[in-house]
Write a protein of this length. Structure first.
Length: 621
């Protein structure tokens, strides 16, 4: 009944093998994901309150706490990596998802990460686990280590001088249980050597048994609990399989669609070639940490449902495409109306303990794509299965590569969803949750945890909020078969004038305002709403994610301001020519705030712009 999910680390570097598990690179998006995930799985409602008597459906666990986003890169591994993180980046990038997960999501579990942060192992950090999580954020639940993380503190990190010292560090820091046998093997000795007291153990047991009680495991017969006897038949219901298909549909991103190649005609497409090493491999669709699917539909199987005369060739024997039967595959490509290439990565290229070495398609994939595109009768459709981004700039100058879909690892129904989009039975509306960088980005050390750019050294910064280099695709990019227009209907601002409050408490002009000084109560009073009218200008119904950003005024870069930041998003479903008003509630402290160099939340004064699509609305603070 205890689930070690969700993974809410920031997808900071595009090479991270576990980035596929996360909701992306944006702290605001990740915060909202964390709250929704935890409340959904634990049984809490968004209106407040848990299940009856504080009960839990199951226990969620926010991981990996904190600043964990490197597995194994050029000899640096997650077990001994000492992440050097500024107070500023910690406050406005790495910690917000965990803060929201605890304060708003009311998570009952936290997992402390393997790595060290500024010289201290996460699982041995009293300031992190007890002072911050329990003290400042009000966490009530249990804290577990990642598997065998406690042993590392003595055996690999050399932070502790003995097994007993390692046990003492983590228990006194506030950790309650370790994944593995280390505490079972060494805690008794730690008590005997007076490194810890029984009260340290009692506190851990209190937290652990409290969660078991909330799960109903100690109240009468556990077998009578609502979820005690679930089986595969409860999972593989038609409703759940339809939900898997909906998730796959909504997550696929249309990156390019030159000359409106897609959707293909269901009546005029008489022959089709499906080519590529990912075209008919069900395992690739699942990514990592996946349970057994109810049934899997590969892209080949999905596309065969639309075109009876479909030919298949894997193109190469493995994802690396080192062995290519060029003559046969080119012959097939020449013979059909359209070609769909299904390429990308798999868990052999990106996974837990395996970070990527590059940002390009493996080995000969690019050559195979361009060779097939050259001989095909019409521009080809390229489908990419991968958790992280790849540099597809080579397609920009090739008119024979007509459309590109990024499907991520879309799950058991992914093949059907891909086929539905290609043939127009679903209008794509997915958006990229991370920046797609060019291949040259690998010159940036993965171990550099800084988010903000450093012009003096040429360091470009990271993520759409700070990165100042060339982008293959922007965060939030995603095309549709419809065109959507936006218009700000109204922005109702409170009359409160933040300019009259300074960091010194005097009524004078200031370039920024300290949130701790004015107080969150004042921020609550200063909330305002922004209403945006969204219209589907196309001829096809579709789902559309409306994304509201904040952009600083021109020339604003006070103490590391972001280029822009997401402050709201909502998904709407619109029929042809339909329009709807979307309302966003804006809290200046939450949405306009950022951290200064001391990690203190501040609000910049002066010109700010709310941005949605190509529309901007100027406001002054």
């Amino acid at each position: 009944m205890t689930f070690w999910s969700p993974n809410i680390n920031i997808f900071r570097d595009p090479r991270w093998g576990r980035g596929q598990e996360t909701p992306g690179e944006d702290p605001f998006l990740t915060r909202k994901y964390a709250v929704a995930f935890v409340r959904g799985i634990q049984g809490d409602s968004f209106e407040g309150g848990a299940l009856k008597d504080g009960r839990l459906q199951v226990s969620a666990c926010c991981k990996h706490f904190t600043a964990y986003d490197l597995d194994n890169w050029k000899g640096v591994n997650r077990f001994t990596f000492n992440a050097q993180v500024t107070k500023q980046d910690m406050a406005d990038t790495y910690q917000p998802p965990f803060k929201s997960c605890i304060e708003e999501g009311r998570a009952s579990g936290i997992m402390c990460a393997y790595n060290l942060v500024n010289g201290v192992p996460n699982c041995a950090d009293y300031n992190l686990l007890t002072k911050t999580a329990r003290g400042e954020w009000g966490f009530q639940g249990y804290i577990t280590s990642d598997c065998d993380a406690v042993s590392l503190i003595y055996e690999q990190q050399k932070y502790a001088k003995s097994h007993e010292d390692a046990v003492a560090y983590v228990l006194k820091a506030g950790m309650d249980v370790n994944c593995g046998t280390y505490l079972a093997n060494h805690t008794k000795s730690a008590v005997e050597k007076r490194k810890i007291s029984e009260s340290d153990i009692d506190r851990a047991l209190h937290n652990l048994f409290a969660v078991r009680m909330r799960l109903g495991l100690l109240n009468g017969n556990p077998n009578k609990q609502p979820y005690a006897n679930l089986s595969r038949k409860d999972i593989c219901t038609p409703e759940h399989q339809e939900l898997a298909l909906e998730a796959a549909r909504d997550g696929i991103v249309l990156l390019e669609n030159y000359a409106n190649l897609l959707p293909l005609s269901k009546t005029k497409t008489k022959s089709l070639a499906v080519i590529g090493p990912n075209a008919n491999v069900s395992k690739t669709l699942l990514g990592n940490y996946a349970g057994p699917p109810c049934k899997t539909i590969t892209p080949l199987e999905g596309l065969k449902g639309y075109v009876k005369e479909t030919q298949f060739h894997e193109g190469c024997k493995a994802i690396n495409c080192t062995v290519v039967d060029t003559s046969e595959v080119l012959k097939i490509a020449k013979s059909v109306d359209y070609v769909v290439l299904v390429m990308g990565l798999n868990q052999e290229r990106e996974s837990e303990e395996l970070d990527r070495e590059d940002l390009v398609l493996p080995s000969e994939q690019q050559n195979l794509i361009t060779s097939i595109a050259k001989v095909a009768r019409k521009p080809i459709v390229l489908v990419l299965l991968c958790g992280g981004p790849v540099d597809t700039l080579f397609t920009k100058d090739d008119p024979k590569i007509g459309s590109i879909l990024w499907a991520g690892y879309p799950g058991e129904a992914g093949g059907k969803a891909i086929a539905e989009i290609i043939f127009g039975d679903h209008n794509p509306g997915g958006r990229l949750p991370l920046t797609w960088y060019p291949k040259e980005f690998i010159k940036v050390p993965m171990t550099d945890m800084r988010m903000r750019p450093d012009p003096s050294t040429g360091y470009p910064g990271r993520t759409y909020r700070f990165y100042q280099g060339l982008k293959v695709y922007e965060f939030g990019h995603g095309l549709s078969y419809s065109k959507y227009s936006y218009k700000f209907v109204s922005v109702s601002q409170n009359t409160l004038d933040f300019k009259e409050v300074s960091t010194t408490g005097k009524l004078e002009k200031s370039s920024y305002i300290s949130v701790s000084q004015i107080g969150y109560g004042l921020c609550e009073k200063a909330k305002f709403s922004a209403i945006v009218r969204v219209k589907n200008e196309g001829k096809m119904a579709g789902k559309h994610s409306v994304m509201l950003f904040l952009r600083r005024g021109e020339g604003s870069n006070y103490n590391g301001s972001s280029l822009k930041q997401l402050v709201g998003f909502q998904k709407v479903s619109l029929n042809e020519k339909e329009k709807v008003n979307v309302e966003f509630e804006v809290n200046p402290c939450e949405h306009f705030g950022r951290a200064n160099e001391d990690g203190e939340l501040v609000i910049e004064t002066g010109a700010q712009y709310l941005v949605v699509g190509d529309q901007e609305y100027a406001i002054n603070i």
